[in-house]
Design a protein around this ligand. Structure first.
Ligand code: ATP
Ligand code: MG
Length: 229
């Protein structure tokens, strides 16, 4: 039997995922800059908070409140009461933020519907090819393990975003986070930029769904995946 789902509210993506994000595993979204990863995280977070459940949101880009304002409008203050937002400034702070969020989610005092790390790999990437590369790799692996265990134990959807690099060999866009993240995530979505506000989510990995894709558009109010019929 498949896991429970958290609807994203983006109709085409929910169809692709068989109802939404799994609530006992980690979902990874990777794609190039501007492909809509952050907007997707905020859209799902908005929906979860609107329904009265908590969102633990780790934002390494420092942009989430402004963006959330345009999605939530006058409801922003109310929504933020259901947000535990942290804005780490380096990988060490990110590791602490993930540890705290996971511990709180597992403690279960607040009904948590979603845990987001956007971006999981921005700081990690800065350490690659430098003297701290091994430490960074280890820190990221521990974070991801913590998130995997938390998703299972606290029954919470975990959404992490990942950046890309372009393969010199064949020009494809590959996720940065290394094989550890790609093994740990039970669902992997690749976001592709199409002309204008159009974007495509391509399902690269799932436990019980076939490969496929879902189109959606970026609008002032968030992401629109068409009608749910
Ligand atoms: P990064 O890897 O740089 O963090 P990302 O994948 O998180 O990128 P987002 O920040 O979610 O990308 O997406 C921003 C994209 O959305 C930009 O391409 C921007 O032009 C587009 N965008 C933002 N608002 C609108 C809008 N109202 N209508 C159309 N496109 C919009
Ligand atoms: Mg982003």
């Amino acid at each position: 039997m498949g896991a429970d789902r958290l609807p994203t509210g983006i109709a085409s993506v929910d169809r692709l995922l068989g109802g939404g994000l799994e609530t006992d595993s980690v979902t990874e979204v990777y794609g190039e800059g501007g492909s809509g990863k952050t907007l997707f995280c905020l859209d799902v977070a908005h929906r979860v908070a609107q329904e009265g459940r908590w969102v633990f949101y780790i934002d390494t880009e420092g942009v989430s409140v402004d963006r959330l304002r345009s999605i939530a409008g006058a409801n922003l203050e109310k929504l933020l009461k259901r947000f535990l937002l942290s804005t780490p400034k380096d990988l060490e702070e990110q590791t602490d933020a993930v540890r705290t969020a996971c511990a709180l989610a597992r403690e279960g005092r607040r009904p948590v519907g979603l845990l987001v790390v956007d971006s999981a790999t921005a700081y990690y990437r800065l350490s690659l090819s430098g003297p701290d590369e091994d430490d960074a790799r280890q820190a990221l692996s521990l974070e991801i393990s913590d998130l995997v265990v938390t998703a299972m134990r606290a029954h919470v959807a975990v959404l992490v975003t990942n950046q890309v690099w372009r393969s010199i060999r064949d020009g494809t866009l590959e996720p940065v986070g290394g094989s550890f993240l790609n093994h740990a995530a039970k669902t992997i979505l690749f976001f592709e930029r199409l002309p204008g506000p159009r974007r495509r989510a391509i399902l690269k990995k799932h436990r019980d769904r076939p490969e496929g894709s879902a189109d959606f558009r970026i609008t002032d109010q968030g992401l629109d995946g068409g009608s749910s019929a």
